[in-house]
Design a binder for this molecule. Structure first.
Ligand SMILES: Cc1cc2nc3c(=O)[nH]c(=O)nc-3n(C[C@H](O)[C@H](O)[C@H](O)COP(=O)(O)O)c2cc1C
Length: 370
């Protein structure tokens, strides 16, 4: 991602209605195409480095049909890349749902539209209900990553200077493959993955430029620092470099009291609890497995940005939180807001200038040029 900023910032989940906030407040994110375009342009001008969409095909129900409206992410990325200048836009792609050569071609198309700014987030899938919509079978956990490995090997071959190649693997047998043009310029699209299991992490270490890891409930900052250095050390053992990113949820207001009040209003009093419970049930998280207090804590965390790290407070405390994450060794964070467009300008105006040393390139804006 092009900027020299030490801590990269991205926006996560704007391609879905309600984004990452499981709330019924009327100002929740629409996810409409025009709102996405405006958001991308504001982010581009403010020097935000990337937008990361969610590969989501089916809403979670509840009172709002949470994430019921979603844009397919590669075409969404193409549109936003065409309307921006600096931003990296990812596509989030379920490897088992699309043949690798069509995928490789789509990614090259997006990469040329963005003049090298397309990124790929590979996901293997976890949600059986979504796979059933495609008539696809969700493989067992380890096999999902074996499949993704072949899928990605083929994509990288298609991107390589090879004129023709054959491929014979466990899942694919391809003959006389030609794929032109190649990715834009001298670089390949950035590749990321968010595997949480040992197998998922190993996949990222073998193949990706970035691993996204959630800092979950109960995991300390010290453990996070240990995780980051072990991922990077494992990559180096194989001659690779990998960056570790995380996911956050920002509620930033002029005072701590205002931030906490809004958080309570949007994410507690007006949460879409029916949707929260649907999400947890899909992940087999039930009250029977936890004490009432623990279960409520998990529900709260899910309502506020699907489990990302909450950053709730005034600009000083949100900036301190971000600086602390950078000090742990994180390369960046993908954040969400209840309404990205309403909240991003304040965040950029008040929080970014407080990140001295981490984001000195924030002032790229040319106000009014769009
Ligand atoms: C930042 C981030 C983004 C993710 N995006 C998606 C997504 O868009 N679609 C999806 O099905 N899974 C997504 N996941 C889930 C992961 O791809 C992965 O399945 C999950 O972290 C479990 O890890 P595992 O496969 O190693 O068990 C995401 C996870 C994170 C932390």
């Amino acid at each position: 991602m092009g900027s020299a900023n030490r801590l990269k910032l991205g926006l996560f989940g704007a391609n879905c209605s309600s984004g990452r906030a499981v709330t019924a407040v009327p100002e929740r994110w629409s996810g409409s195409w025009l709102d996405c375009v405006w958001l991308a342009r504001v982010a581009d001008q403010a020097g935000i480095e990337f937008m990361l969409p969610i590969g989501r095909w089916k809403g979670y129900g509840g009172d709002t049909d949470y994430q019921g409206e979603t844009w397919e992410t590669v075409t969404w990325a193409c549109g936003l890349l065409a309307k921006t200048e600096r931003l990296t836009v990812f596509g989030t792609v379920h490897a088992p749902l699309i043949p690798p050569l069509i995928a490789a071609k789509e990614f090259v198309t997006a990469d040329h539209i963005g003049e090298g700014r397309f990124g790929l987030n590979i996901v293997c899938g976890w949600n059986e209900g979504e796979f059933e919509m495609f008539g696809a079978t969700l493989r067992d956990h380890e096999a999902r990553y074996d499949y993704a490995q072949e899928w990605l090997d083929i994509i990288k071959l298609a991107w390589s200077p090879h004129e023709n190649f054959d491929f014979a693997g466990q899942f694919f047998t391809l003959k006389g493959v030609r794929a032109k043009p190649k990715p834009y310029g001298e670089t390949l699209p950035l590749i990321m993955n968010a595997g949480a299991s040992a197998t998922g992490r190993a996949f990222a270490i073998r193949n990706c430029d970035a691993l996204f890891s959630t800092i979950s409930r109960g995991i300390s900052f010290e453990e996070t620092a240990g995780h980051i250095s072990s991922v990077r050390a494992l990559a180096r053992q194989t001659g690779r470099e990998i960056d570790v990113y995380t996911v956050g949820v920002v509620t930033c207001r002029p005072t701590a009291r205002e931030a906490q009040d809004y958080y309570r209003h949007a994410i507690v009093d007006d949460a879409d609890w029916a949707a929260v419970d649907n999400i947890l049930a899909m992940k087999n998280i039930t009250l029977q497995m936890y004490s009432l207090e623990e279960f409520q804590h998990i529900r709260d965390h899910q309502a506020n940005g699907m489990g990302g790290l909450p950053l709730v407070g005034d600009p000083d405390s949100v900036a301190r939180g971000l600086a602390r994450l950078a000090a742990l060794g994180l390369k960046g964070i993908a954040v969400s807001f209840v309404n990205y467009l309403d909240e991003l300008p304040y965040f950029c105006a008040e929080v970014l200038p407080r990140l001295a040393g981490l984001r000195d390139n924030h002032a790229t804006g040319r106000p009014g040029s769009f």
